[in-house]
Design a protein around this ligand. Sequence first.
Ligand code: COA
Length: 381
Amino acid sequence: MTDSDYKPGLEDVPAAKSAISFIDGKRAQLEYRGVPVEILARESCFEETAWLLLKGDLPTQKELADFDADLRERRGIHFRLKDLIKCLPSTGHPMEALQATTAALGMFHPHRQVTCATKNWDAACRILAGLPTVVAAFARTRRGEEPIDPRPDLDHAANFYYMLFGKEPSAATRKVLDACLILHAEHEMNASTFTARVTASTLASPYQTIAAAVGSLSGPLHGGANEEVLLMLEKIGAKENVQSWLDEKLANDPKFKVMGLGHRVYKVKDPRATVLQELAEHMFAESARPKNYEIALELERITAGIYGAKGVYPNVDFYSGVVYQSLGIPTDVFTPIFAIARVAGWLAHWLEQLNGNRIFRPAQIFVGKADAAYVPLDKRP
Ligand code: COA
């Protein structure tokens, strides 16, 4: 192994063969099992998209009805898990709470035999259905409010909104939230999916596999960017400040990274950012655009002139926060929403990894010392 074999960040190194999603980063193309994501965001619902990702084909009416019923049945969580959520520090980040409670969910539903297809499917349904419940429960208990039990008469997106706010969403809000879940559901070999596959390859339980992926998603270079974008827009404060804010940042650090821009694979605007922007346009009449949306538009316009030549354009996180904020969702719950969507993709990769599994064990290029002497502690300077 030589230095020339090493690809920092494993750029362009294939880590798996996968049939789940396809990206053409130059053509702004993203497909789930061959279906363009824009069509799914417009025509499908999260439940159907999750089935497509997990099973490989669109469901029949009966398959979808049965799957939907399976999910609704598994939304509730054990009262001891609710107690555990209540005991978590209210100042902790909701992604930390989600990682802890995803692992804890597995303690209530032990699943060590990942060779059983029936049990695997049951666990996949339980995780898909249970994550929104634990996210909503922590979002409430940290404010001193009681968690709200799921409603089996509501669909996945509407039930999540209901558990968060205690009221049903309007039809328009439900559609926006559902479309956001679809847009975030899968994105081939990103850091959290790779984490899930590495963990799955050890034959760890699906709960631990998904908990590992949640941890990976939380970082600001990955899913955590949606929260960072909103904080950045708040700091900029007004559309008129964008140029001076950016000038100052670049004067301090010519390599300054604007949150919500850039992507390892897309060298044009991320197609999901385009759909999210359309959703935003649809939600806000031009006269009543929120300030943060106006700032984001101006930031996109100015940065295109600076970074466009490098292929750095808005990614999925650039507009999602503005959309979530307009739905009344707290800023630090943006990334957990990303997680309750992406779990569909993670689970699809978990099942795919198990099929013909080989444990991940890459190589390294050793750059440390050799034959170093062990000097006893009392003889060291
Ligand atoms: N703002 C400004 N410049 C950026 C940038 C950003 N957000 N993202 C990348 N660039 C520039 C880099 O400075 C680098 O320029 P150089 O070639 O002159 O050195 C070039 O584009 C390549 O960037 P690099 O960091 O090597 O890309 P990567 O593939 O390793 O990283 C991301 C991809 C997503 C981590 C990176 O674009 C980033 O940090 N973006 C901000 C965080 C974010 O929005 N994450 C969510 C991703 S969905």
